[in-house]
Design a protein around this ligand. Structure first.
Ligand code: ADP
Ligand code: MG
Length: 253
């Protein structure tokens, strides 16, 4: 199958996203690890097959000019991120919808997915630059966390939600999906807002998530240093200093 790559939707560091009619093509840079691409594909397929969630159907895993590509259904609509930008006065309503969708995701079980505690443990163990004492403390904290099996999106942020014109919503981007703890998923969402310097939204989100889920804010906060360390282990230069401040909170929480 050949695709028309004339309509570029988004350009990222390691991939470009195109629309060709009713399909979206996620085209990765040359030499992008095929294990990552195939992992994203299997996660998307497993969520599609094991839940009733609205997600774009995965149509094809292929290569285009020696670059890996994932082809999915195109979802016509506007992301919640774009809506929040466009209509700041409606922020509270959007956040309400956002948290409801996250809780809907978390109410599912997809038994074949990797476990969040295992994934985080591997990331921390392989994070060579993290000082040994902090690593030890974070690993011990992680070990003590309960073994839950809720479907965690892993990158739940407003750019991964598309709202269609009829008001229905679709959830994109399942590359980081795992099964695990709702608090961990919420901690990551909170941190993602903070990393975009959206601190006020981050606090609102945290309160709303805690209120709707019945999970104590403290339980979410306990995950933040762990989640910050896993993000830091990606080695993205401009994030390092910011994230190290969150990891150091470990001593006080
Ligand atoms: N299936 C799709 N339907 C509609 N838009 C999409 C689809 N996949 C991706 N997009 C658009 O491209 C953006 C980036 O895609 P995403 O899969 O979230 O990759 P990234 O890893 O870069 O976040 C999304 O925020 C959305 O605007
Ligand atoms: Mg995304």
């Amino acid at each position: 199958m050949s695709y028309n790559l004339g309509n570029m939707l988004k350009e990222r560091k390691n991939k470009t996203i195109f629309r060709d009619g009713d399909k979206t093509i996620k085209l990765f840079v040359k030499n992008h690890l095929k294990s990552n691409v195939l992992n994203e594909a299997i996660n998307q397929a497993r969520v599609e097959e094991n839940t009733q969630l609205n997600i774009p159907k995965l149509l094809e895993v292929t290569t285009i000019d020696s670059r890996w590509a994932l082809v999915s259904e195109h979802i016509e609509g506007t992301t919640l991120a774009e809506l929040m930008e466009k209509n700041p006065d409606k922020l509270d309503d959007y956040l309400d919808t956002f948290v409801d969708i996250q809780l809907e995701v978390l109410s599912n079980n997809v038994p074949m997915l990797n476990r969040i505690k295992e994934k985080f443990k591997n990331k921390l163990n392989n994070f060579d630059k993290l000082n040994e004492a902090t690593k030890y403390e974070l690993l011990a904290r992680l070990e003590g966390m309960k073994n839950h099996t809720k479907l965690c999106h892993g990158d739940f942020n407003p750019s991964n939600i598309v709202i269609k014109e009829d008001g229905s919503h679709y959830i994109l981007d399942w590359a980081h999906a795992t099964q695990g703890n709702a608090s961990a998923d919420a901690a990551r969402t909170y941190l993602l807002f903070c990393m975009q310097e959206k601190n006020e939204i981050a606090e609102k989100y945290l309160n709303l998530f805690s209120g709707k889920s019945g999970i104590d804010i403290k339980n979410i906060q306990r995950w933040i240093p762990i989640v910050a360390a896993t993000q830091m282990s990606k080695g993205i230069e401009e994030e390092q200093e910011f994230l190290s401040n969150w990891i150091n909170v470990v001593e006080y929480v």
